[in-house]
Design a protein. Structure first.
Lengths: 281, 324
């Protein structure tokens, strides 16, 4: 991330807006206007060339994030959607973007009508003051976005994990569980926990001689009774020990199964038998 | 209101940069002329054992990182410095203070752990004709390498002054378990601990006076900060309570002649965080909901709870949810 360039762009933006004055000025500071973020403009151009993105869109999705990253290594994020995943129209993809992280597009989640709801909760690393955004892409191609501005924590908090050696020693342990009673044909909440250092690695530094190869979870696939309910492409913007809460909608009995692949092409999986009860009426 | 802030921000940045530049200039001149760097105030707690008390604030460029306690121990051959402060300029001030106490060289810089308020002054002792050995926990190097870019960026963001990467000085000698170093008629016993406050905590014991430098394994008055493992830290506290040093010098707060008594509030706070977090996880609360519902009364009597309590709860939750 070229900080100097970013600041320069901010200053230029400020200069351009100055003569017109008034309310527009407030929009120019990068903490105020999520559209002005240079990284967002780049990503927007490459992912969504020229398409309209409705934002805010609280009737479709709401991103929740703390205003200050208390612990830069573990910033809880939740994306709540307001639409049912119907066969005719559903949220196909959610993009989670952290503009000022080294890899801004931290996660791309894909859903199906079998997901029930396209909600996601996870935890991310936050490197700097940044806009965080969730963009929903509908099955009909419509785009909606919700944004939050997150301030980096002060003091000695930093995004790397707390005990990489411990994380390595339990690498690949997984927990998959459902929460509450599972009712047939209604969205059921599940949680997937993966023990993994999930780090970006460090280049060999002549000065420090410390070299750690990058190693992080890159793909997740969750199926129910053999049909996909969630798949995700993720990277090291997700915190150490990646953790996801999501929904699936069971018809009858089946197996909830999660498969995870990391950058070393190691595969881990976990499965759980689910027997939904019939709805009361 | 908001646009005022937008205009002011770059101006403030420029001002900070100018001030920092001025500070650097004086500093360079001082290095040429000799002792014009203002020496840090030190107090002698025991014969040959001196401490600088940091202020109770989060580490920041605005306070020159003057927030952690720093120690100096002087033998008949040379001196050791225990932590060097949160900025290169603070390290220079510490070196000037040591120069007032003794003509002996500083042969060892001991870092108690990775946090910037303890290590960013290392550079003041690393150069010259008799550079000090930099001693730290075996995991200090990798941890510092991973975090240093963020510490430097935070410093730049606040002060407008970019510190070069060479500012960060890595250990030249590491401790896996224990290490004895000799300052001349004075032995220091260094001990590396399992993950607690961080994954690279090191304590320093001066045999001559029975003084134990605990680093941030012990906080007094300043709210403890979890950046390693909560359960591991509670175990280390139990082990520390078995030691009976004549004097314990914490990483933050005043020295105490009674370690067991001094560590009790920290143990109570961390124990409360452990219990509350376990209860929230057992109740099935997701991390964000848990953070909203915690009882903050456990921070009563502590300073800097606003800066660190929620962070501690976050770290505790992420750790404890893996318990069976
Ligand atoms: Zn510390």
């Amino acid at each position: 991330m070229n900080i100097l360039r970013r600041r320069l762009i901010t200053l230029i933006a400020l200069a351009l807006v100055l003569p017109s004055g008034g309310g527009a000025l407030a929009q120019s500071a990068d903490s105020d206007d999520p559209e002005a973020s240079p990284m967002w403009q780049q990503v927007r151009n490459s992912l969504f060339q020229g398409r309209t993105i409705t934002s805010p869109a609280d009737d479709v999705l709401v991103l929740d994030a703390p205003t200050r990253a208390e612990d830069a290594a573990i910033v809880p994020i939740s994306i709540r959607t307001r639409l049912a995943q119907s066969d005719s129209r559903y949220i196909r993809t959610l993009y989670l973007m952290i503009d000022n992280n080294p890899s801004p597009l931290g996660a791309t989640f894909h859903f199906t009508p079998n997901s029930g709801r396209a909600d996601i909760e996870t935890r991310v690393r936050v490197d700097a003051y940044t806009h965080v955004r969730a963009i929903a892409e509908m099955s009909d191609g419509q785009l909606y976005m919700s944004t939050r501005f997150v301030k980096a924590s002060g003091g000695c908090s930093a995004p790397p994990g707390k005990d990489p050696q411990a994380a390595l020693s339990t690498l690949g342990r997984m927990r998959l569980r459902v929460e509450g009673e599972v009712i047939a044909n209604r969205p059921a909440l599940a949680q997937l926990m993966i023990s993994h250092p999930n780090h970006s690695g460090l280049a060999m530094d002549q000065l420090t001689r410390h070299y750690t190869p990058a190693r992080y979870v890159r793909k997740i696939l969750v199926t129910y009774a053999g049909a996909p309910v969630l798949s995700a492409d993720v990277d090291f913007s997700i915190s150490e020990n990646p953790n996801f809460r999501f929904y699936f909608q069971p018809g009858g009995k089946g197996e909830l199964k999660a498969e995870v692949v990391d950058t070393e092409d190691q595969r881990f999986e976990s499965a759980l038998a689910v027997a939904p009860v019939k709805a009361a009426n | 209101m908001r646009h005022k802030q937008s205009i002011l921000l770059p101006a403030v940045r420029l001002l900070c940069a100018a001030l920092a530049g001025a500070a650097l200039a004086t500093h360079a001149a001082a290095a040429d002329a000799g002792p014009a760097v203002a020496p840090l105030p030190l107090v002698e707690l025991a014969p040959g054992v001196h401490v600088h008390y940091g202020i109770h604030q989060p580490w920041s460029a605005h306070n020159a990182g003057n927030v952690a306690n720093l120690g100096v121990v002087i033998g008949s051959r040379c001196a050791a410095v225990i932590d060097t402060g949160g900025s290169p300029s603070l390290g220079e001030q510490l070196r000037a203070a040591v120069g007032r106490l003794t003509r002996l060289p500083v042969c060892y810089v001991i870092n108690t752990h990775v946090h910037p308020d303890h290590v960013l002054g290392n550079s003041a002792f690393a150069g010259g004709t008799t550079p000090a050995q930099i001693v730290g926990h075996a995991r200090l190097g990798p941890s510092l390498a991973a975090r240093a870019p963020y510490y430097l960026e935070a410093f730049r963001r606040e002060s407008g002054t970019a510190l070069p990467p060479e500012t960060v000085v890595y250990p030249t000698r590491t401790v896996e378990d224990t290490l004895e170093i000799d300052l001349g008629e004075r032995k220091l016993l260094l001990r590396a601990w399992p993950t607690a406050h961080t994954d690279n905590d090191l304590t320093v014991y001066d045999e001559n006076t029975g003084t134990l430098f605990t680093g941030d394994l012990l906080f007094i008055d300043h709210l403890p900060v979890i950046d390693g493992q909560l359960r591991g830290w509670l175990k280390v506290i139990a082990a520390l309570k078995l030691l009976a040093p004549k004097l314990a010098v914490p990483g933050h707060g005043r020295a105490s002649a009674d370690l067991r008594q001094a560590i009790a509030p920290q143990e109570a706070y961390l124990g409360a965080v452990l219990n509350q977090t376990r209860a929230a996880i057992a109740a099935g609360l997701p991390i964000q909901r848990a953070l909203e519902q915690f009882d903050d009364s456990v921070t009563r009597g502590w300073q800097l709870a606003d800066a660190f309590h929620r962070r501690n709860l976050t770290a505790a939750y992420a750790e404890l949810e893996w318990e069976e």
